[in-house]
Design a binder for this molecule. Structure first.
Ligand code: 5GP
Ligand code: ZN
Length: 113
C-alpha cells in the first residue's frame, strides 16, 4: 500500500492518535505549524477535496464533526482555530489522501500564504 495515510489508517505507521472511530482518525501532524496541529482523515482513501461527491459527502462532513470534538478536547475551541483542506499543487497538497488540518493555539494570519 503506497499511500502513507492509508498506512496510518491501517496502523502500519506510528502516529500520535488523538481520536478515532469507524470512519475517521485524528492524529498530530509530524511537522506542526501551530501549537496544536492535528490531521483528520477518512479511513477509506479519497484523493483530496476535489473527489468530493454525493457518495462520500457524509464521511467528508464527518471530518468537520470530528474536528469540532477534537478542538474542544484540545482546549482551543474558545480561542478559535482554523480548518484547512488543501487541494492539488496550487493548494499546497503534499499527501494525496484527503486530510483536514486543525490548527490552533496561536493567531492565524490572513490571507494565507
Ligand atoms: P498537505 O501539505 O498535503 O496539506 O499536508 C500533509 C501534512 O501531512 C503535512 O502537514 C505533513 O507534515 C503531514 N505528514 C506527512 N507525513 C506524515 C507522517 O508520516 N506522519 C504525520 N503525523 N504527519 C505527516
Ligand atoms: Zn490513502
Amino acid at each position: 500500500m503506497a499511500c502513507i495515510f492509508c498506512q496510518i489508517a491501517a496502523g502500519e505507521r506510528p502516529v500520535h492518535i488523538v481520536y478515532e472511530d469507524d470512519r475517521a482518525i485524528a492524529f498530530r501532524d509530524i511537522h506542526p505549524q501551530a501549537p496544536t496541529h492535528i490531521l483528520i482523515i477518512p479511513r477509506d482513501h479519497i484523493d483530496g477535496p476535489a473527489e468530493a461527491s454525493a457518495d462520500n459527502e457524509a464521511v467528508i462532513g464527518h471530518l468537520a464533526v470530528v474536528a469540532a470534538r477534537v478542538a474542544a478536547d484540545e482546549g482551543i475551541a474558545a480561542g478559535g482555530y482554523r480548518l484547512v483542506l488543501n487541494q492539488g499543487r496550487n493548494g499546497g497538497q503534499s499527501v494525496f489522501h484527503l486530510h483536514l488540518h486543525l490548527l490552533g493555539g496561536r493567531r492565524m494570519g490572513w490571507p494565507p500564504g
